[in-house]
Design a protein around this ligand. Structure first.
Ligand code: ATP
Ligand code: MG
Length: 332
């Protein structure tokens, strides 16, 4: 069966007055229908840029240099802007990063959702109002509160409003960028549960973007881990997060120890790569304990590993296990 969304060798560059920023450098991944797919990576790794490229929502100074983006087999980059917008509104819903802070403060939350519906559906005002109440109910908000303004809601509730808005047209794919970041852990869990619930009800796929791999471990079946705009490791969540073969994945895992019960988080030392040149070497070399000359000379391809079902881009896949801090012993 044909994947729902395929991103193939995507390259995105931003131009600024001083320099170019090579934000996405050859990212490929593919999401099957009905799958929850995670896109993870440290801040600045290119997650939002990749999503905005898919959605045709890059800022003015961003450009797709190369690559293909296919939705149900159709290359989105060959469509006109208007055609692309139609596909997006009808079939892909987007919850942008910080969505809950970008609701219109002077319009009631219910009206914001109603407008989105009326713009794209031939529906009477009364029916649209009823639909908004339904959506409120679906995302766990009191349907009697549709007349309230964003400031009357808590952060978690505002995020529920943005989710309701995304669901209004029953999309085939929901792209949610850090939908729970900044909310406290209990609210996070509840909102993720709600999203998963609804997504099952309306039978959509999810692309979940977050720097918290713990969130992906709980919600997704497959993932790609980005660093410096490249995919470092990719495959099923079970394989990748339980037996990482990339020191970067291992480092991220150690910074979210709740995944396997090590006691205290240790973040990866060092800072993200300089993106003013397209990387020719492994972007992680400076921070990697196993770095050798090979790593400085060529970026390893994302390669399927022998005896594994997932792919890793690392010259030292066998060594990553040495970074384990949890009790589980590496497979040999
Ligand atoms: P975060 O977790 O912080 O949201 P991210 O993985 O979503 O990070 P992006 O926002 O995609 O990362 O940014 C990737 C790189 O591109 C970063 O180095 C960022 O500074 C740069 N960047 C993003 N937007 C622009 C822009 N409009 N102009 C120039 N550089 C940009
Ligand atoms: Mg982002």
């Amino acid at each position: 069966e044909q994947p729902l969304l395929e991103v193939d060798d995507l390259h995105v560059r931003y131009s600024t007055t001083d320099e170019d920023v090579y934000a996405v450098n050859g990212v490929s991944f593919s999401i099957d229908t009905g799958i929850n797919y995670g896109l993870a990576g440290e801040s600045g790794s290119g997650k939002s840029t990749a999503a905005e490229a898919v959605l045709g929502l890059l800022p003015e100074n961003g450009a797709i240099d190369r690559g293909e983006i296919r939705f149900k087999g159709e290359n989105l980059l060959e469509l006109s802007e208007a055609e692309r917008r139609d596909v997006l509104w009808e079939e892909i819903a987007y919850i942008p990063q910080s969505a809950m802070d970008s609701l219109d403060p002077v319009m009631t939350t219910g009206d914001q959702i109603r407008q989105a519906i009326e713009k794209h559906r031939n529906i009477s005002e009364a029916n649209a109002r009823e639909r908004v109440r339904e959506l409120f109910d679906m995302v766990g908000l009191d349907p009697d509160r549709t007349e309230e303004y964003p400031h009357e809601f808590s952060g978690g509730m505002r995020q529920r409003v943005t989710i309701a808005m995304a669901l209004a047209l029953e999309p085939d794919l929901i792209i949610a960028d850090e939908p729970t970041t900044g909310l406290d852990a209990i609210v996070q869990d509840k909102i993720l549960d709600t999203m998963l619930d609804i997504q099952t009800q309306i039978d959509s796929s999810l692309l979940l973007i977050t720097h918290e791999i713990g969130v992906i471990a709980e919600t997704c079946a497959e993932l790609s881990l980005l660093y410096g705009g490249k995919v470092m490791e990719q495959g099923s969540v079970d394989n990748v997060l339980i037996n990482p073969t990339n020191p970067y994945t291992m480092g991220l895992k150690n910074s979210f120890p709740e995944i396997e019960g090590a006691d205290n988080p240790v973040s990866i030392p060092g800072s993200p790569p300089n993106l003013s040149r397209a990387p020719s070497a492994c972007a992680f070399t400076d921070r990697c304990p196993f770095s050798t000359e090979d790593c400085e000379q060529s970026h390893p391809d994302l390669t399927k590993l022998p005896n594994r079902t997932h792919r890793s881009a690392c010259h030292h896949v066998e060594q990553a296990a040495q970074m384990r801090r949890d009790a589980t012993k590496p497979e040999t």
